[in-house]
Design a binder for this molecule. Structure first.
Ligand code: ZN
Length: 205
């Protein structure tokens, strides 16, 4: 079929317009904005990305992620909660980081462009309007204070930080809880029923 000169011009304009509209869309697709603590609709999947954890902490991250997905108490939309090799797929980036002599782990929230949210005194979550977050693990301090064979405490450390990502604040009511603020006092060996209930209540899915 032969296209008239005018139609060809229109087609060309249309193609250019499509490109102009499509280009800003690329970055939006790569980075969703989490208007609430977490929006569970990003590709229908939850992932984390490891930037710089050593292997035993990577194992702990995997165990923590799996435990949040399958608490054994309630179903939740943390699916599949696996490690991704594509950083832009993940709202959670895990880093080995020196946090000084008092802090084993920290969760930081960032907005588009890489600006860290200043949470003031509310540095425990829940946090709104974030784009991605960093879980920082002070491996050297943790290794100095806890036995290398204590795989459970490492898993709980990362599970605690992931809890902040999911919008959970500290809970000082019991040392049995993963969200108790002092890791050395936490007695939980896995996500507890109360931690799981808090997640379900938080997400209201
Ligand atoms: Zn905490």
């Amino acid at each position: 079929m032969k296209i008239k000169k005018n139609s060809l011009k229109m087609l060309l304009l249309l193609i250019i317009a499509m490109f102009v509209i499509a280009i800003p869309g690329i970055s939006n697709a790569a980075y969703p904005t989490y208007k609430q603590d977490w929006e569970w609709n990003y590709n229908g999947a939850a992932h984390y990305y490891v930037v710089s954890l050593t292997s035993k902490y990577q194992t702990a991250a995997k165990e923590a992620a799996t435990n949040w997905y399958k608490t054994g108490y309630h179903t939740n939309p943390l699916y599949p909660m696996t490690k991704t090799s594509t950083q832009t797929e993940s709202p959670i980036d895990l880093y080995k980081s020196n946090l000084g002599v008092n802090t084993y782990g920290r969760t930081e929230f960032y907005i588009k462009g890489g600006t860290k949210l200043d949470l003031g005194d509310n540095n425990y979550g829940p946090v709104k309007n974030w784009l991605y977050c960093k879980i920082l693990i002070n491996e050297s301090l943790f290794d100095a204070d806890f036995s290398a064979s204590n795989t459970t405490i490492r898993k709980i450390l990362i599970a605690h930080e992931m809890g902040h990502v999911f919008g959970l604040a500290h809970n000082t009511s019991s040392t049995s809880l993963v969200m108790y603020p002092y890791i050395e006092l936490i007695k939980a060996t896995q996500i507890t029923k109360d931690d799981s209930a808090a997640l379900v209540q938080k997400l209201k899915f």
